[in-house]
Design a protein around this ligand. Structure first.
Ligand code: TRP
Length: 325
């Protein structure tokens, strides 16, 4: 049987083109080849800032709308609401006893995120690598698509699995394999190497065409390319970075690059080309997404979560038997 895919997202707001390139297109392919669980990590997201808990429901719905809008198929994928799978919490509690605080603190992702968010270290945050281990092993997950920044968390999960197997002399869990996206990370409108809502440099999948136009027009190009006839630079030019990822006609793209470097090709010409490429994509995601009512999206999530509970409870019974013999 094909390996099971488990992945997840924190519901923090609308998805943007960076997510589309980095994870959604990969999931669109995987859904045809593998059984897949996508967790909406509405418990994990509370680690960021629990005072924003009242926004989580809204973000969960908008995630579901974006998922179905891009073409993720609920007939093929189990969409799971993390907070509604009690066995996840139980397993996390057991696994916590196998992990020392210093081991968590040494994890590169934890170190980075701690620096990045600079929040008062709460227990929920420190426990999230363990909780994420539960997310994966409770559904027999083997392939786990994540961003590169999450790879140390999956290495951590494999260490926890090994500790569990060693301690209880068993072999119930599969070794986890990270699946990285083959597309390079999409930069932000400003050229920052990460597109992100909090950096205010993102094109959202739900943006209107008017917003798209405005955002493309604001893209960083080459600050020395003042007159159209000036030679321009490709490296670090956000418009070319986007064209590199989204433009299918590679021959024409190479011509554009040569012409731009020679001089004589204007930024606004290229920005119009990019708009013509991105607008049908956003339009189709949006019009697809809009056809689903809130109640339908909730139903899909409920169904996936119900199935997930069935699998999780079976797995949890096995685990309890192993721990308590
Ligand atoms: N930590 C992941 C992120 O922020 C989200 C996530 C939660 C996840 N549970 C998961 C990813 C399980 C993969 C598998 O992107």
């Amino acid at each position: 049987m094909n390996s099971i895919v488990v992945t997840g997202d924190r519901p923090t707001g609308q998805l943007h083109l960076g997510h589309y390139v980095g994870s959604l297109t990969q999931r669109l392919e995987l859904q045809h080849q593998h059984e897949m669980f996508i967790l909406i990590a509405d418990t994990q997201v509370l680690n960021n800032d629990i005072s924003k808990s009242q926004e989580v429901k809204k973000h969960t719905l908008s995630l579901m709308r974006d998922y179905l809008g891009v073409g993720l198929n609920p007939e093929k994928i189990h969409f799971v609401l993390q907070s509604r799978v009690p066995a996840l919490f139980e397993l996390t509690q057991y696994l916590s006893n196998l992990v020392s605080l210093s081991f968590v603190m040494r994890n590169p992702t934890i170190k980075n995120e701690n620096k990045l968010y600079n929040h008062d270290l709460n227990m929920g945050f420190l426990n999230y690598p363990i909780s994420q281990t539960s997310d994966i092993v409770l559904f027999n997950g083997e392939l786990v698509p994540v961003g590169a920044d999450q790879v140390p968390i999956l290495e951590f999960a494999n260490d926890v699995i090994e500790k569990f197997h060693g301690n209880f002399k068993c072999n119930v869990f599969k070794k986890i394999q990270p699946l990285l996206s083959s597309t390079p990370r999409l930069c932000g409108l400003d050229g920052n190497n990460k597109m992100s809502k909090s950096l205010n440099n993102a094109i959202f999948l739900s943006d209107s065409l008017k917003d798209l136009k405005k955002k493309i027009n604001s893209m960083y190009t080459d600050r020395n390319h003042l007159a159209i006839s000036d030679p321009g630079q490709i490296e670090g030019n956000v418009v070319f970075t986007f064209l590199d990822i989204f433009m299918e006609d590679r021959i024409l793209l190479e011509e554009f690059k040569a012409h731009y470097q020679r001089g004589g090709l204007g930024d606004s010409y290229l920005k119009n080309i990019l708009f013509d490429i991105l607008s049908p994509l956003l339009e189709s995601i949006n019009s697809n997404g809009q056809q689903f009512s809130d109640s339908y999206l909730k139903e899909v999530l409920d169904e996936g979560t119900q199935y997930a509970n069935q699998i999780a409870n079976e797995q949890m019974n096995k685990i309890r038997d192993i721990i308590f013999l």
